[in-house]
Write a protein that binds this ligand. Structure first.
Ligand code: ADP
Ligand code: ZN
Ligand code: ZN
Length: 818
C-alpha cells in the first residue's frame, strides 16, 4: 500500500488533498511539516496533516508525489496542529488559511536548500509565505582617519559626510538613498575611512531599557487564594496523564478540580500580580505559558513587569516586529529556548513549548475577535487550546464579558474574585453623573464641556494632579452638514458620514477656521476664546484639514460647496477628540494637554505619550478607547467621560455591555494610589442601566440584569448566533444571494424543524462599505448542533450555488454587528 499524506494547501477550500510520499522522504514527512506540492500546475507550500499507509479510492495515476520537504523538523507541533484543525472546523474556515495564521516565515537557508534540489524554478508559489534572512544587519560608521584632500568624490564623499554628520547607520538604509552604497562603503573601508560591522539589529522597543528585577510583593488574602487555586490546577494538570491532550481520553479518572478560571478583580486589584505568580508556578513545573492582552502596543508597562519578574527570556509578539525578529521569537519558542510568550490576539498561535497555562487579560475586550479573514475569537479559542493541551486557562477582567459570566454560571469556569484595590489606601473613585439636559455649556462655550466638568478640571490642575478625558470619536468634527439644506457629507464608497480632521496646525486658533469660506462651529457653540494658541501640543507632522472616512481609506479636502444645493455654508458638527483637545487647550492655557487616539499613535507614539503622562509631563490627556485600557497612572485623580451616550445607541445587542465596560474601565484609571479619584460621566440618559450601574461600581448588578435581558430577547449567551455576511458591488447580486441563502436556511431540515431561526435577509446597518452593498442573514439557535448542521448545508450552497460576484462570509459567534 502506498504511503499517503493529507496536505492542506493555501486555497480557500476546506478539505485536504492527498499526495504520495516518495520513499526518500518517508522517514521525514510528519504531520505539521511543510512540503512543496503540485496543485493545478503550480507548486504550493502545504502542510502535512496526516500520514498513513493505506489504500484509496482515488485513481492512483492521479495522485502526485510530494515535490519536496521544507522543514527538517515539523513547523507546527502536534498540539498546535490539532488545535488549528479544530479551530478551522468550528469556524467553517478553510484549513489552509487557518494554518497560515500559525506558520512562521520561510528561512533563507530553506529556500537555498530547495533551490539546490532544483525545486525552485519559477513555478513556485510560496502562497504569500514570507521569507526571512538571518538576523545580522550590516552597519557602517566613519572612523577617525582623515582622507587626503581631493581624493574622494561622488557617492563616496557624500556617504562619508553623511556618516560623519549622523553617526553609525545601517547599510541597508544608506542603500535606499545611494544605490551603490555597498561598493562605495567597501572602498571607503579598504582605505580605513569607514568601519563596517555585522551584528544583531537593535532589540525591539519592549527591550530597549534594562529592567531591574523586582521583589514580589506579599499577596493580599484574595490574591493568595486566587494564586493558590490556579497553582492547584497547574499541579493537577501536570500530574501523570495530565500533560497529554485530554481530548482523546476525556473520561480518564482524574481528581483535578477546575482547570479554567475567570479572575474577576476590580480595576487596580492586582490581577497582574496573580498572573505573575501563575506563570511562575507553571514555569516551576517545567511547562510554558502564553499571555494574551488586547493591544500589546498599549501595554509596555505590563511587559516591563513581566521582564522585571522573569528576565528577558520572554517572546513579545507585536505588530512592530520586523519579519526577522518575529521569526527569531517564533523559533526560540519552537526550539524550547523561551517558554513564555506575550502578545495580542495572534499570540494564540505561538508555538509555546509544553503549554501549561494561557492567560487572557482584559478578556472582555472586543479586539480578541478577528474581524477579517478567519474570524476567530481568541478568548474562546484560548479556552479550547488550553483544554486540548491539558493546560490551565485564566480569563481576567474587571468587567467580565457576559459570555464568560455565563460560563461561570454553567460551571464551565471557576470564579476567582479580587474585590478590593491592592494598594491599601486606594479606593474606587467617586462617580458623579452630569445630566447634560440640566447643565449647559461651561466657560469654554462647548456644550460638551459642562460647568461641573470645567470646575473639576480647574481643581485638578490647581492640585497639580492629572486628568483623563474620554471621548469615543476621533477627528475634529464627526460630521459636516450643509447649513442651507441640511445634507450630510457622506463617503462615496460607504454609507457613513465623513469626519473632518483638522490635522496639526500650530498657528491655527482653537476654533479651527475651515478652508473654503466654510463657517465652522456646531450650532449653539460659541467659538472658544479667540487667538488662544492650540497650546501644549506635541510634535505631530502637520497636515491640512481633510475629510476622512473611518471605514475605508478615503481622505479628501473639505468641499467648497454643498454637493446637493451648492451652498457655501458647511457646518462642522459635533465634537471629536481633535477638537476637544484644542478646546481644552484654549480654555486651560496653562495646562499641558495631549491626545491619545489612532491618529496620533503610531508604533512608538502611544508608548511615548503614556510615558510622558506617567512622568507628569502632561496635565490633561484627551483620548478615545486607547485611554481606557489598563494603564496604571498613579497621579490621575479625575476622569471625565465627555459623552457617555455615544456608544449606547448603536444597533447592536452588545451596545449596553460595551458601553458599561468602557465606563468602568475608564473610571478605573482614577485614584489608583493614595489620592482619591473622581469620575464625571456626562450623559443625557442618566437612567440607562449601563450608566447607572457603572456609577454605582455595581458590576455584578449590571451582569445580572444584562444576562436577564439577553435571555428575554434571545441573544447570546442565551442563544448561539451565526451571521452570514454577504456583499457585492452590484446591489441586486448581493440581495439575490442573501435571499437565496435565507431561503435555503429555512428549508434545510434544521430550519424546517424550527430548531434554527432565520432572521433576514436584510441590509446591514452600514449598508454600503468600500463600494460594496452589504446584506446579512442571521441564524439563531438554542443549541450549537442544529446551527452547525445548517451552516454545513449552507457551505455547500456557497461553494457552487451562488452568483460568483457575491461574497459570502460565515461569521460564527459574531461580535461586530454593524
Ligand atoms: P489590575 O491588573 O488588577 O488592574 P495591578 O496588577 O496593576 O491591578 O495592580 C495595581 C497596583 O497594585 C500596582 O501598582 C501593583 O504593583 C500593586 N499591587 C498589586 N498587588 C499588590 C500587593 N499584594 N501588595 C502591594 N501592592 C500590590
Ligand atoms: Zn446644501
Ligand atoms: Zn468610506
Amino acid at each position: 500500500m502506498p504511503l499517503l499524506a493529507d496536505v492542506a494547501v493555501p486555497v480557500p477550500l476546506s478539505q485536504a488533498f492527498t499526495y504520495e510520499v516518495p520513499a526518500a522522504l518517508a522517514a521525514e514527512v510528519r504531520p505539521g511539516a511543510r512540503v512543496l506540492c503540485e496543485f493545478h500546475r503550480r507548486k504550493l507550500l502545504g502542510v502535512v496533516l496526516a500520514v498513513s499507509e493505506r489504500s484509496t479510492a482515488i485513481d492512483p495515476s492521479r495522485i502526485k508525489p510530494l515535490a519536496a520537504l521544507v522543514d527538517a523538523r515539523p513547523a507546527l507541533p502536534a498540539e498546535l496542529l490539532s488545535f488549528l484543525q479544530e479551530l478551522a472546523a468550528y469556524y467553517f474556515a478553510p484549513i489552509g488559511e487557518v494554518l497560515r495564521l500559525a506558520l512562521p516565515a520561510i528561512e533563507r537557508e530553506q529556500v537555498r536548500a530547495l533551490k539546490a534540489q532544483g525545486e525552485l524554478d519559477g513555478v513556485l508559489d510560496l502562497g504569500r509565505a514570507k521569507q526571512v534572512g538571518g538576523r545580522k544587519v550590516a552597519y557602517a560608521r566613519a572612523t577617525d582617519a582623515i582622507e587626503e584632500p581631493g581624493t574622494l568624490r561622488g557617492q563616496a564623499a557624500a556617504l562619508l559626510a553623511l556618516l560623519r554628520a549622523n553617526g553609525e547607520q545601517p547599510v541597508a538604509r544608506l542603500e535606499e538613498r545611494h544605490g551603490n552604497a555597498r561598493s562605495a562603503l567597501k572602498k571607503l573601508a579598504e582605505r580605513g575611512l569607514v568601519a563596517l560591522d555585522e551584528r544583531e539589529p537593535p532589540r525591539d522597543p519592549f527591550f530597549r531599557l534594562a529592567e531591574a528585577r523586582d521583589v514580589p510583593p506579599e499577596l493580599n488574602a484574595a490574591q493568595a487564594e486566587a494564586a493558590a487555586r490556579i497553582d492547584a490546577a497547574l499541579a493537577a494538570a501536570a500530574a501523570p496523564g495530565g500533560g497529554e491532550p485530554r481530548a482523546g481520553a476525556p473520561h480518564e479518572p482524574r481528581h483535578a478540580g477546575p482547570s479554567a478560571f475567570l479572575l474577576f478583580g476590580v480595576t487596580g486589584s492586582g490581577k497582574t500580580e496573580v498572573y505573575l505568580r501563575a506563570i511562575k508556578s507553571c514555569l516551576d513545573r517545567g511547562r510554558g505559558a502564553l499571555v494574551m492582552v488586547p493591544e500589546i502596543a498599549l501595554t509596555p508597562q505590563l511587559v516591563a513587569r513581566f521582564r522585571a519578574r522573569f528576565g528577558d527570556e520572554l517572546a513579545v509578539l507585536h505588530s512592530g516586529l520586523s519579519d526577522a525578529d518575529r521569526h527569531a521569537m517564533w523559533s526560540s519558542l519552537h526550539r524550547g529556548k523561551v517558554r513564555v510568550a506575550i502578545g495580542a490576539r495572534s499570540a494564540l498561535f505561538a508555538p509555546v513549548p509544553d503549554l501549561g497555562l494561557i492567560l487572557v487579560d482584559e478578556e472582555h475586550d472586543g479586539s480578541f475577535k478577528q474581524e477579517e479573514g478567519v474570524r476567530y475569537h481568541a478568548r474562546d479559542m484560548a479556552l479550547l487550546r488550553a483544554h486540548r493541551a491539558g493546560a490551565v486557562c485564566v480569563l481576567g477582567s474587571a468587567t467580565p464579558s457576559i459570555e464568560s459570566v455565563a460560563l461561570v454560571r454553567r460551571g464551565k469556569l471557576a470564579e476567582l474574585r479580587l474585590p478590593d484595590r491592592a494598594h491599601r489606601e486606594a479606593t474606587l473613585p467617586e462617580v458623579a453623573i452630569v445630566d447634560l439636559r440640566r447643565y449647559g455649556a461651561g466657560p469654554s462655550g462647548d456644550p460638551l464641556i459642562s460647568l461641573p466638568l470645567h470646575r473639576a478640571l480647574e481643581q485638578t490642575l490647581a492640585a497639580k494632579e492629572q486628568a483623563i478625558l474620554f471621548l469615543n470619536r476621533r477627528g475634529f468634527a464627526p460630521s459636516v452638514v450643509c447649513g442651507s439644506c441640511g445634507t450630510l457629507t457622506t463617503c462615496e464608497a460607504c454609507s457613513v458620514a465623513l469626519t473632518y480632521h483638522r490635522g496639526r496646525r500650530r498657528d491655527a486658533p482653537a476654533g479651527g477656521a475651515a478652508p473654503g469660506g466654510a463657517a465652522p462651529g456646531a450650532p449653539g457653540a460659541a467659538p472658544p476664546p479667540a487667538g488662544a494658541p492650540a497650546a501644549g501640543l506635541v510634535d505631530e507632522r502637520p497636515q491640512g484639514g481633510r475629510l476622512r472616512c473611518h471605514y475605508c481609506d478615503y481622505a479628501g479636502p473639505l468641499p467648497e460647496r454643498c454637493a446637493a444645493c451648492g451652498s457655501r455654508t458647511l457646518l462642522l458638527e459635533g465634537l471629536g477628540t481633535e477638537r476637544l483637545e484644542a478646546t481644552i487647550a484654549a480654555s486651560f492655557p496653562e495646562a499641558r494637554v495631549a491626545r491619545l487616539d489612532r491618529d496620533v499613535a503610531g508604533k512608538d507614539r502611544s508608548q511615548a505619550i503614556l510615558a510622558r503622562m506617567r512622568e507628569g509631563k502632561i496635565d490633561i490627556l484627551v483620548g478615545t478607547q486607547m485611554v481606557t485600557k489598563g494603564h496604571d497612572l498613579p497621579n490621575v485623580t479625575l476622569v471625565g467621560v465627555v459623552n457617555a451616550d455615544a456608544a449606547l445607541g448603536l444597533p447592536d445587542f452588545r451596545a449596553a455591555e460595551r458601553g458599561f465596560q468602557l465606563l468602568v474601565q475608564v473610571a478605573g484609571r482614577a485614584g489608583r494610589r493614595d489620592r482619591p479619584g473622581r469620575v464625571l460621566i456626562q450623559t443625557r440618559n442618566p437612567e440607562h442601566p449601563a450608566i447607572a450601574f457603572a456609577a454605582a461600581h455595581d458590576v455584578p448588578g449590571f451582569l445580572d440584569r444584562e444576562i436577564r435581558d439577553r435571555e428575554e430577547v434571545g441573544y447570546p449567551p442565551a442563544t448561539r448566533l451565526a451571521l452570514l455576511r454577504i456583499d457585492a458591488v452590484d446591489e441586486g447580486v448581493g440581495r439575490g444571494a442573501a435571499a437565496k441563502l435565507a431561503a435555503h436556511a429555512r428549508t434545510c431540515p434544521e430550519g424546517l424543524a424550527r430548531r434554527v431561526e432565520v432572521l433576514g435577509p436584510s441590509a446591514a446597518p452600514i449598508a454600503r462599505l468600500r463600494g460594496r452593498y452589504r446584506f446579512r442573514v442571521l441564524l439563531r439557535a438554542r443549541e450549537r448542533g442544529p446551527l452547525r448542521g445548517t451552516l454545513a448545508s449552507l457551505a455547500g450552497l456557497m461553494r457552487d450555488g451562488l452568483d460568483r460576484n457575491a461574497r459570502v462570509i460565515i461569521d460564527v459567534d459574531p461580535v461586530a454587528m454593524l
